[in-house]
Design a protein around this ligand. Sequence first.
Ligand SMILES: [Zn+2]
Length: 129
Amino acid sequence: MLDLNHLFENIICFQAKETSDEDAKEYGYASWIDYCHKRNLASYFVRACPICGKPFTSENYAVGGHVLAALSKDKDGNPALDTECITPICNRCNVRADKLGFFNVKRIYLTKTPPKPKTLGSKKTKSPF
Ligand SMILES: [Zn+2]
């Protein structure tokens, strides 16, 4: 059975860094939001930013935000921010990464970052995949 409560559970997230769409191109996607939409259809239906709560508009459009998501728990049962994901956030929030705290994203809207492409140089950090 599909557990809808599980899919729509709020997951604690922390914005990892400002995302560069140039990086997404190295993975074969036009942008990180393109990656979200192609890998996770549900992300296409996100209509508002999970950080500021404002709806996406043509001026403040959705981009793929790079977050650390607490999809698992540590040994004490506390949320562990250990899973790199991409999720739709607004462009304004994406460019003020250093000022953002924690926020909630529904599990269904989180898309795990892709495995590192073989063509990437050694300057990139090691991928957990
Ligand atoms: Zn926002």
